[in-house]
Design a protein. Structure first.
Length: 122
């Protein structure tokens, strides 16, 4: 069974029920990162550039590191607009790319664009 990892940070806390249902209906096993801990924070801080990243981005790195050796794919959707009007901050828009370019030996990243400015069915 294919295992897809979802970092337990940022949009996870709002959209996990949707992602869980969708992915399980496709027949995949979902693997979550561990709860945020000092180890996860320290791992993320160690892997990011101090001047370029806010704490939440560093934390996201730590959650990805926590998952990377336990899954076949990482699920990091590119959240562009979820209310059809407002666009997310550039650091969140680029998060799949930031992760892919800053961490080594990652499984493939599944990064679908989610942009409701185009409607529900784009």
């Amino acid at each position: 069974m294919v295992k897809i990892g979802i970092p337990k940070t940022l949009a996870y806390y709002v959209y996990f029920p949707l992602w869980k249902t969708f992915l399980e209906e496709l027949g995949v096993k979902i693997v979550l990162s561990d709860d945020t801990s000092r180890e996860i924070i320290d791992a993320g801080v160690k892997e990011t550039v101090n001047d370029a990243c806010v704490l939440i981005i560093k934390l996201f790195h730590g959650h990805v590191l926590n998952l990377k050796d336990r899954v076949d794919y990482l699920f990091i959707p590119r959240l562009i607009s979820l209310n059809g009007q407002t666009i997310y901050c550039p650091k969140f828009l680029g998060l799949p790319d930031i992760i892919a370019s800053s961490l080594d030996d990652l499984p493939p990243i599944l990064a679908p664009d989610i942009d409701l400015r185009k409607g529900l069915l784009n």
